[in-house]
Design a protein around this ligand. Structure first.
Ligand SMILES: [Cu+2]
Length: 739
């Protein structure tokens, strides 16, 4: 340990023990793997404490109190970790995690997975209204404040839990402290590897009644002991060992405006914009409680910045569909309107209207940015599928006002390339059936799982006699499909080899990609509180397995811990005698924050590659670029990386995109890749063998260009009368993608 590090360690431990001896309240702690950019002060363990105030009333929502006295302790990697305070002490697990190291004991592939089908693997503890993959092994789940069976005790008061961490290695959920009502919050990953959720709703009591509703709750009782989440920001640095928690409260974790149903969009500095929402919820927004503004987080002095678009799209403007584009502009879609937003000048540019249907909540179509690839020049193209053309002009925060369940969901799909000079929506293949609340989830092979949702009605719920339970959506759809964006038109949706789920996934359900290539699906509760009535509260956690799930997976040597924007190439190797290295892909996927049929931040990028191929041994070394030198293409923060060989992916690994900090990202020159090299084990003829291409040491050519792929396919035992010869074949492949 260096002198600097030793001093930091000593100081942290002394201060920490001094404060532990007093009446301090444990807030949270997080253990971080040694970051890729090893800095002297990179903490292994972060602990947050604040003074405990004994004079709070019993139900006082402490997190509304400003928190000027949070003490944060950073223990550097070589500093022995201190004990955690009182009830949150988990020393054995913590020790185990430290001994185990970040890469051992990770999730593996599921045995006997039903390829193409579903299997229930666990119980989420709280209903998974929101869900994201925080580490390779752990999914973090949030629910609204409701009467979940899993409980949490806070300062001696036991109440239902509204958040869990779900361990994918054991399929066990563990309750987590969430104090503010996270009912319909948005979420996104941040440039420093943490995750945030923004917004929510007022505190509620049983059946979703507002605590402050003088008629429904005259006593003002708050049995759930929850606080107002409308302006709340909740931040967590994900971990695997239970030693991380949601941080809430204080000025930096409070927004300028109340936001129920805000969309979060990531920006080039690893910060986010929090967009729209309304005050206290309802079926759709109204001018009376609309929040027509957006704000930065981390907070900037600008506070809430007005946006006309969010007034123009009332009442169908909750959870607008947004993407940061490679151009740096932000695409926004709500109701039938589409705009490009220039952040620097705060100006809105109208684009063409959305055809056929509304895609935004409560119509809730499926929407995704198509994979960004070298072949498409990393140009953004967006896909919208399903939703509803229901007329919501007479609906309000009080309800739909008519029987919405009689309206079939839309089945159209459209695409748009918003950075083009004159973007237009073009028709794509129709969905196999109309679907509201469908979800498109990337698979590592570049296709997408499309599932969840209903055939009739919309998202949302209300106390109406046309509902079953309270659900505004009916006829749940159990059969998924796979969408291939590069298949010929007319063949993009496929159900070959797929089978249906037995679990309905309606309003407030979620789905995310996992490292093993399966899709984790959970949630569904189109009701104000936990209920067993039809279309009741779902706790089942299910996996869907792609058709290739049980095939032999590539075994890559190792991935880097981080990728920069531009810079030097890197290598990853694997051995496969049958593989065609020109078709191998290295892909980076941000799985996103899943809620309300959206995966905020979901993005897929294929890196540029070259290779060297030893055909004698089958060893292939992929020479891989860094990220394109533009953080607007793929925002900074955590993401997963996969090696995909012949359409079958390796196990994914979590890596950091960018420098691991929120702020301006270093940008280097675009990666220059070498020419591909094939070291061919071919047979040299003992005499002339004109026309025997299998024995030739010359690369085959196509139109004068050496074809490395065809060399790779040559048999190495072409003749018994030849002697083996190792030949180095250099390809000049001008047609390859990195040129
Ligand atoms: Cu909701």
């Amino acid at each position: 340990m260096s002198a600097d590090e030793s001093n930091l360690c000593k100081r942290s431990v002394e201060e920490y023990h001094k404060h532990l001896g007093r009446s301090f309240l444990f807030l949270s702690s997080s253990v971080q793997p040694r970051p890729p950019h090893k800095s002297l002060h990179s903490p292994t363990l972060t602990v947050h404490l604040r003074p405990f105030v004994h004079s709070y009333p019993r139900h006082y929502p402490r997190q509304l109190d400003p928190l000027p006295n949070i003490h944060t302790y950073l223990f550097p990697p070589s500093c022995s970790s201190p004990p955690l305070p009182c009830s949150r002490r988990r020393r054995p697990r913590h020790r185990q995690a430290m001994r185990r190291g970040p890469s051992s004991g990770d999730i593996g592939f599921d045995d006997n997975a039903p390829a193409g089908g579903f299997r229930v693997v666990g119980d989420s503890g709280v209903s998974a209204q929101m869900m994201f993959l925080g580490t390779k092994n752990t999914v973090f789940i949030l629910d609204k404040t409701e009467n979940n069976k899993m409980t949490m005790t806070t300062n001696g008061i036991t109440h239902p839990a509204w958040g869990t961490s779900y361990d994918l290695r054991t399929n066990q959920a563990t309750a987590m402290q969430v104090t503010s009502n996270s009912f319909c919050a948005g979420g996104f990953s941040l440039g420093d590897g943490s995750y945030g959720t923004w917004g929510g709703n007022q505190p509620v009591t049983y059946n979703g009644q507002a605590v402050n509703d003088k008629v429904a709750n005259p006593s003002g009782a708050n049995p759930y002991n929850n606080a107002d989440g409308g302006r709340a920001v909740r931040v967590i640095t994900p971990c695997d060992d239970g030693n991380c928690g949601w941080q809430e409260g204080g000025d930096s974790l409070t927004m300028a405006k109340k936001r129920w149903y805000p969309t979060i969009e990531g920006l080039a500095e690893g910060n986010v914009m929090v967009i729209g929402g309304d005050e206290n919820g309802g079926y759709v927004s109204t001018f009376a409680q609309n929040t027509p503004s957006w704000e930065y987080w981390p907070k900037q002095e600008s506070g809430a910045i007005h946006m006309d678009f969010l007034n123009d799209t009332v009442p169908v403007n909750l959870f607008p569909l947004t993407w940061l584009l490679p151009s740096g502009k932000v695409f926004l879609q709500a109701a039938y309107r589409t705009i490009l937003y220039d952040i620097a000048t705060r100006t809105e540019h109208n684009l063409v209207d959305m055809p056929y249907a509304q895609r935004v909540y409560p119509a809730s179509g499926a929407a995704v940015m198509l994979p960004l690839t070298p072949a498409n020049g990393y140009a953004a193209e967006l896909l919208f599928c399903g939703g509803s053309n229901i007329d919501l002009k007479n609906s309000s925060d009080g309800g739909a006002g008519f029987d919405v369940t009689k309206v079939p969901a839309d089945n159209t799909c459209v695409r748009i390339r918003p950075d083009d000079a004159s973007p237009v929506y073009t028709d794509d293949d129709n969905l196999p059936e109309g679907r509201c609340m469908g979800q498109l989830v990337y698979l590592p092979d570049g296709k997408m799982w499309m599932g969840n949702g209903v055939a009739m009605g919309t998202a949302g719920y209300g106390n109406n006699n046309f509902s079953i339970g309270q659900s505004y959506g009916q006829e749940p759809l159990y059969m998924p499909a796979v969408y291939d964006p590069s298949a010929p038109a007319g063949q993009r949706f496929s159900r070959k080899g797929l089978s249906a789920s037995n679990e309905e996934r309606m309003y407030h359900s979620t789905a995310i990609l996992l490292a093993d290539g399966s899709v984790l699906i959970s949630g569904s509760n189109p009701n104000a509180d936990v209920t067993d009535v039809k279309w009741g509260t779902k706790y089942s956690v299910e996996k869907w397995y792609p058709t290739w799930y049980n095939q032999k997976r590539p075994q890559p040597s190792a991935f880097p811990k981080s990728l920069s924007y531009g810079g030097d190439s890197w290598k990853v190797s694997f051995t496969d005698k049958k593989a065609d290295p020109s078709k191998v892909k290295v892909v980076v996927i941000r799985t996103g924050f899943s809620t309300h049929a959206m995966n905020m931040g979901q993005r897929y990028l294929e890196l540029e590659t070259s290779f060297s191929h030893d055909m004698a041994t089958g060893e292939i070394t992929m020479i891989v670029s860094q990220m394109p030198p533009n953080p607007n293409v793929f925002q900074p923060g955590a993401a997963m990386i996969f090696l995909v060989v012949d359409g079958v992916p390796s196990m994914g690994e979590m890596i950091m995109i960018g420098n691991g900090k929120i702020g301006t990202q270093p940008i280097a020159a675009k990666t220059t890749l070498p020419q591909p090299i094939a070291i061919a084990a071919v047979a040299a003829p003992t005499g002339p063998s004109v026309g025997n291409k299998a024995n030739s040491t010359e690369p085959e050519t196509t139109g004068g260009v050496p074809d490395i792929g065809s060399v790779a396919k040559k048999p190495s035992s072409a003749s018994s009368v030849v002697t083996p010869l190792l030949t180095l074949v250099m390809g000049v492949m001008s047609s390859l993608v990195w040129m």
